[in-house]
Write a protein that binds this ligand. Structure first.
Ligand code: PFF
Length: 442
């Protein structure tokens, strides 16, 4: 039986959904703390450079594969008569599971923080008390898992609703709201007394901070943030009609994603200094700093609740994109959408348990110096995603060739942009990614 393929309802719908996948915890939770750990402004510049050369090219390349094949991330390579390259899709699905597992844990924290904010849990608390609240919450063996479970259920529900009713609608309404509240937060963060040191840290580069590890972190962050290297954008591109210019679409998505990350940095890093915290404290940064900022602003309870609610929703529009490629693949194989969604969601949740416990009772188990959650993040973002991106570049640059160029512009003809894109995919992206991986791992 032939399955009719659902398509996006509009061009804006696709861009919002792709941006919804891109914008998430990676921008608001991860970007500020990684920037904090890697020296601030110099890291920011490096990150921007990577996003607007390699990142955006791989983004367009994935959309091209998806639309040309109108198939999920694995079947697409068979449709394009190059079945050997399906490895890209298989690796991607593996990476998606790994990411979804720990992503659900952090998203669970945001749900809990929405409730804490709404009930005034931080009223009158100082920096140290806010920190203690956070640490005792994440180190609890049970409660974070309940919230992770709730988040995974929500993810499954949206994926079950299908692409137009679920994914597309969620993106269109909620993204703009998140944007506005981030601007308000950035303004408040930067005007707190003592914030100047943070602004300097974030905007005045010190290039001596950059080494192989920093570059690897920046590349991993670029791939993570743009949702690349794991078949997500292939899958989303496959729900597109033939009329879009994919070059433009990838610009919009990269631009929105980067703007949100920069704004999140402005909202969080200056405030870190104002509250007297250390910018290099890792994953806890957002959850400790922001409640302190909300405490210092009028209407803080209201804005704090709204912020964590929107962050949860931004995480949701990303997590559905992690689940969708798996579901799309097995759906095409003839399994029911419901069954695949339920099974994959539960598996991802179970895989998330060690990540959650690594914040408390299993905190002493280290692998190569990293706790379980950090290890999952490192393996997926810093290794699997860049390797996926490298293969996508080689595939579209060398194997698809002219076909890719036509697909990219929807027949609008050749241009300098097109030439640059192919050049990056053929030479720059594969060489740079390989060099960064080798250098970072050694
Ligand atoms: N891009 C998302 C974020 O920045 O939060 C996370 C993500 C979604 C990563 C989808 C990878 C992915 F395929």
């Amino acid at each position: 039986m032939a399955v009719t393929r659902e398509h996006w309802g509009s061009k804006l719908g696709f861009i919002m959904a792709a941006a919804g996948s891109a914008v998430g915890l990676g921008n608001i939770w991860k970007f500020p703390y990684i920037t904090g750990e890697n020296g601030g402004a110099a890291f920011l510049i490096l990150y921007l450079g990577l996003v607007f050369t390699i990142g955006i090219s791989v983004l367009a390349a994935e959309m091209v594969i998806g639309r040309a094949s109108q198939s999920d991330a694995i079947t697409s390579f068979k449709k394009l008569e190059t079945p050997g390259w399906s490895i890209i899709g298989f690796m991607g699905i593996l990476a998606a599971f790994v990411i979804l597992s720990f992503y659900g844990v952090i998203a669970g924290w945001t749900i809990s923080y929405t409730l804490k904010m709404a009930t005034g849990a931080f009223a009158g608390a100082n920096g140290g008390e806010i920190e203690n609240t956070f640490i005792s919450f994440i180190s609890d063996p049970v409660s974070p898992l309940i919230y992770a479970g709730i988040f995974m259920l929500l993810t499954m529900l949206v994926v079950l609703a299908g692409i137009k009713g679920g994914i597309e609608r969620a993106g269109k309404i909620l993204m703009p709201l998140l944007f506005i509240i981030l601007i308000a937060l950035a303004i408040r963060g930067m005007t707190l007394p003592g914030a100047e040191a943070g602004i300097r840290f974030y905007l005045e580069p010190d290039f001596s901070k950059i080494d192989g590890k920093t570059v690897m972190a920046a590349l991993g962050q670029a791939f993570f943030s743009l949702s690349l290297g794991m078949g997500v954008m292939i899958t989303y591109g496959s729900y597109l009609n033939r009329t879009e210019n994919l070059g433009k679409s990838s610009w919009y998505v990269a631009f929105l994603d980067t703007t949100v990350a920069i704004l999140a940095g402005l909202a969080i890093l200056p405030a870190v200094f104002a509250v007297g915290l250390n910018p290099a404290q890792g994953p806890a940064l957002t959850f400790i700093t922001l409640p302190a900022v909300f405490e210092a602003m009028p209407g803080g309870t209201f804005f704090g609740t709204l912020f964590f609610l929107l962050l949860t929703i931004a995480a949701l529009t990303s997590s559905i994109s992690l689940l969708e490629p798996v579901v799309a693949y097995f759906n095409q194989k003839g399994f029911s959408r419901t069954k695949v969604t339920l099974i994959s969601g539960v598996v991802a949740f179970l895989l998330g348990i060690p990540s959650s416990l690594s914040q408390g009772v299993w905190g002493d188990f280290k692998f190569a110096g990293k706790g379980f959650l950090d290890l999952m993040d490192f393996v997926s973002s810093s290794i699997l995603l860049p390797v996926g991106g490298l293969l996508v570049s080689l595939y579209v640059g060398w194997v698809m060739g002219a076909k890719a160029q036509n697909e990219m512009t929807a027949g609008e003809g050749k241009s300098l942009v097109l030439f640059t894109w192919i050049f990056i995919l053929r030479f720059i992206a594969p060489l740079a990614i390989a060099a960064i991986l080798v250098n970072g791992l050694l």
